[in-house]
Design a protein around this ligand. Structure first.
Ligand SMILES: *[C@@H]1O[C@H](CO)[C@@H](O)[C@H](O)[C@H]1NC(C)=O
Length: 263
């Protein structure tokens, strides 16, 4: 019955200006997700916002649809933030000098929705700014795993952004649920996530934010059902891990550590 209802709804990409939203989430303890990045995107006259996450002091991972404008957008990454409307001492604002969108990314069907952003200068690793490990090629989440997504996306229709970082817990779903909803769903490169039982946790974080399971980033917020928040598609990081490592080597041939004082 529920599935039938959902089948009548088209699977659509979140518009990049919408940046996704967390509904029914809870406020995160300040600076407890030090890998979280807030992306300010300027293209033409309209600014937009997305989430992202620090995987190396010079590199932030996000969703390609956040920055796929034809005219290269100006992107600034804000690290170490809790309240995004304030200028907190913990914040580090760093411009992006390069966006590497996956060569097979398709805006139309949301495939390969991943971008690696190179920062103009290395972030200072502090108590409030840290990297998160990403899933290796052979590390996959399974149906039933509980993961969290955080973001500054809107929490209701009235507001554009949440002031402070919010978080929601979501469950990894059987891939068949998303396959039945969309012919564009690809198991190998996408993760099907949702929570049909709890109205409090049926939405998702900002586009580009990480799906964190067991302290590692396994997914990137990509796209969702327009009306039903219960099935959402995340980019499956493990599938792209070799590509990510290759791009990181291009950014810098020298190894860059996420731990201060170790290099
Ligand atoms: C990192 O710290 C140094 C020294 O305090 C400072 O000059 C630099 O601007 C900081 N970098 C960022 C990205 O905030």
């Amino acid at each position: 019955m529920l599935l039938l209802l959902l089948l009548t709804n088209a699977f659509v990409l979140l518009p990049w200006a919408g940046a996704g939203r967390i509904i029914g989430g809870t406020k995160v303890k300040a600076h407890s997700r030090p890998y979280m990045a807030f992306l300010e995107i300027k293209s033409g006259s309209k600014p937009s916002w997305c989430g992202g996450f620090l995987i190396r002091p010079d590199a932030v991972l996000s969703a390609a649809h956040c920055v796929d404008m034809r005219w290269r957008p100006r992107v600034t990454v804000i690290l170490g933030a809790h309240n995004i409307r304030r200028q907190e001492k913990s914040q580090q604002r760093i411009p992006v000098v390069k966006r590497v969108i996956h060569p097979q990314y398709s805006r139309k069907d949301g495939k390969n929705d991943i971008v690696l952003l190179k920062l103009k200068k290395k972030a200072n690793i502090t108590g409030n700014v840290q990297c998160i490990s990403i899933a290796k090629e052979n590390e996959r989440v399974s149906a039933g795993d509980l993961c969290t997504v955080s973001g500054w996306g809107q929490t209701s229709k009235k507001e554009v952004l949440s002031d402070v970082l919010m978080e929601v817990e979501l469950e990894v779903k059987n891939e068949e649920i998303c396959e039945q909803l969309s012919s564009n769903f690809q198991c190998q490169s996408m993760i099907c996530v949702g929570d049909e039982d709890s109205k409090k946790a049926t939405s998702h974080g900002d586009s580009g934010g990480p799906l964190v399971c067991n302290k590692k980033a396994y997914g990137i917020v990509s796209h969702a059902l327009k009306k039903n928040h219960f099935a959402e598609v995340f980019t499956r990081i493990s599938h792209f891990e070799p590509w990510i490592q290759k791009q990181l080597k291009r950014f810098s041939r020298k190894a860059i550590s996420c731990f201060p004082f170790s290099d």
